[in-house]
Design a binder for this molecule. Structure first.
Ligand SMILES: [Zn+2]
Length: 117
């Protein structure tokens, strides 16, 4: 079974190790931060504006959680264990916002070329 990590959206989010410029601020459930499976960049905004100075990717989502707690935030805890399919789909959907339009066109072109051959 392929996971969200193989998706073009997740690869666009990883952005070769650079935090994407247009990364959205955190959303909350009951005052707790929602972290999607696979997240590695902090997107905390001080006073809702200034993004966290730590733009480096965390070595794991777990390490990102530790970092976020140091902002004094609580993290929404989904059921433990592997993320459900539903959560994976939500994550894929969230990650897809980082795909640049020209990347989509490029991958469509590649498909078109392959069809021609
Ligand atoms: Zn941070």
């Amino acid at each position: 079974m392929s996971s969200y990590k193989a998706s073009i959206g997740y690869q666009a989010y990883l952005n070769s190790g650079t935090r994407p410029d247009k990364i959205p601020p955190y959303e909350f459930i009951d005052g707790q931060v929602i972290i999607y499976p696979g997240e590695i960049y902090c997107r905390y905004r001080l006073h809702g504006e200034t993004i966290c100075l730590n733009s480096q990717p965390a070595s794991s989502t777990n390490n990102l959680r530790h970092h976020i707690k140091r902002h004094g935030l609580n993290i929404y805890q989904p059921k433990s264990g592997a993320p459900s399919l539903d959560r994976q789909l939500k994550a894929m959907n969230w990650y897809s916002q980082f795909i640049k339009k020209d990347e989509i066109e490029q991958s469509e072109e590649q498909v078109a070329e392959e069809v021609c051959i």
